[in-house]
Ligand binder design. Structure first.
Ligand SMILES: Cc1ncc(COP(=O)(O)O)c(C=O)c1O
Length: 403
């Protein structure tokens, strides 16, 4: 496994002691991989302007930036003619696509989505959380059948709340049967599983570098060129134009058309280095270790009275390294503060930018969340997570419950 920066970080806990930080908040932002940091450090001495300069350093920086595009293309198994557009993050990527949809496009989206995939659409049909994966396919089928004109199905590959994997191949099939396209929000999938856009027959995927061990502010939208080539330039300015006179002639190629201004070249280099590092590590080893740790975490939490894991499709449904849970008698914020302040454990609490979904998951068991305070604790793991971190979390929650 590649090393992560900060693995030896020590943090203060109650009483002033220092303990090793147990970072269990990878789903929010994953730590930086050592090879990512090395790639950025290696690029810095020649860091210069991109796409503009004749100087050697400019040419080198431009070549590295464009190489990053190729790396990302290969990482997601994109078709040779797919566009690869660097953005700020997943939210930026979904908003970019939203601006490029043909006039009158209807988007079909589940209420289980992260806000980045739920909110950018001008005209959308919202579907209730499906009771089982086949129901997701059936509901999308019915919704798409009732829509005329251009349509787009938007779905997250792995939930940022429950970690559960969605049936994206079946959903792509249904979308295409109705002449629709599909956008997959892969923000929580790509750090954990291999994605092959071509094999899955996806039209677009979006993800963020900072969740993929590349905390340098870049994301990406990959997919079919035509809508992106026809869409209004996302940002208007230098780089997006061929010439400016009485008329402005915009680039037709989606990459320059939507990447006006100086791009985040170090972010792109970092993102590509993370893709390379994950590929070099090998998915089999990554998945095996993650599944071992997440199984240990889930069974540990399940053994504590009053702890309830949030799940849409049940205990046995496949998932990535994300577990959200509640602790009876404590608010999620109280749990997260105790974990941090007394045990040096970092988790997330709240509704994880997926308000309708978390409300749905909590509402069923907790009699609703009318007071607006209902929320959950989320623990998430990845490269660099250890058995000690997982065990520390389980024992900390057990101690809290037994107080
Ligand atoms: C599934 C999913 N989609 C989109 C996003 C948004 O990512 P970003 O904040 O990098 O735009 C997140 C982040 O939490 C996420 O988990």
């Amino acid at each position: 496994m590649p090393a992560v920066l900060g693995a030896d970080l020590e943090v203060p806990v109650k009483g002033g002691r220092l303990v090793g930080y147990a970072n269990l908040d990878y789903a929010a932002s994953a730590p930086c991989l050592e090879p990512v940091s090395a790639a950025v450090t290696a690029a810095l001495p020649a860091y210069s302007s991109v796409h503009r300069g004749a100087g050697y350093a400019s040419q080198l920086t431009t070549a590295r930036y464009e190489q990053a595009r190729h790396t990302v293309r290969a990482f997601v198994g994109a078709r040779p003619d797919d566009a690869v557009i660097f953005t700020r993050n997943t939210t930026d990527a979904t908003n970019l696509l939203a601006r490029c949809l043909p006039a009158g496009t209807t988007t079909v989206v589940f209420d289980t989505e992260h806000h980045a995939s739920l909110l950018p659409w001008e005209k959308s049909v919202r579907l209730a959380p499906p009771a089982f994966p086949g129901e997701a396919v059936r509901a999308a089928d019915a919704a798409l059948a009732g829509i005329d004109g251009p349509k787009l199905l938007v779905v997250t590959a792995a939930s940022n709340v429950t970690g559960e994997l969605w049936p994206i191949a079946a959903l792509a099939h249904v979308a295409h049967r109705h002449g629709a396209r599909i956008l997959v929000d892969a923000a929580q999938l790509v750090p954990h599983r291999r994605l092959n856009l071509t094999a899955l027959d996806l039209d677009y995927v979006a993800f963020s570098g900072h969740k993929l061990y590349a905390p340098f502010g870049a994301g990406v939208l990959v997919g079919r060129r035509d809508w992106l080539a026809d869409g209004e330039p996302y940002l208007k300015g230098g780089g997006a134009v061929r010439s400016v006179g009485d008329d402005t002639e915009w680039h037709d190629d989606p990459e320059p058309r939507h990447e006006a201004g100086t791009p985040n070249v170090l972010g792109a280099i970092a993102l590509a280095a993370a893709c390379d590092a994950l590929t070099a590590t090998g998915w089999t080893a990554l998945v095996r270790e993650e599944e071992r740790l997440i199984a240990r975490l889930r069974s540990g939490l399940a053994s504590i009275e009053g702890v309830r894991e949030l799940s849409l499709w049940g205990d046995d449904h496949p998932r990535v390294g994300i577990v959200s849970f509640t602790v009876a008698g404590y608010s999620a914020r109280e749990v997260a503060e105790v974990l941090s302040g007394e045990y040096g454990i970092g988790v997330r609490d709240g509704k994880f930018c997926a308000h309708p979904f978390v409300r749905h998951l909590l509402g069923e068991a907790d009699g609703g969340c009318e007071d607006g305070t209902a929320s959950a604790v989320r623990a998430s793991i990845g490269i660099g997570s250890t058995q000690e971190h997982v065990d520390r979390l389980v024992e900390a929650v057990r101690d809290l419950v037994n107080r």
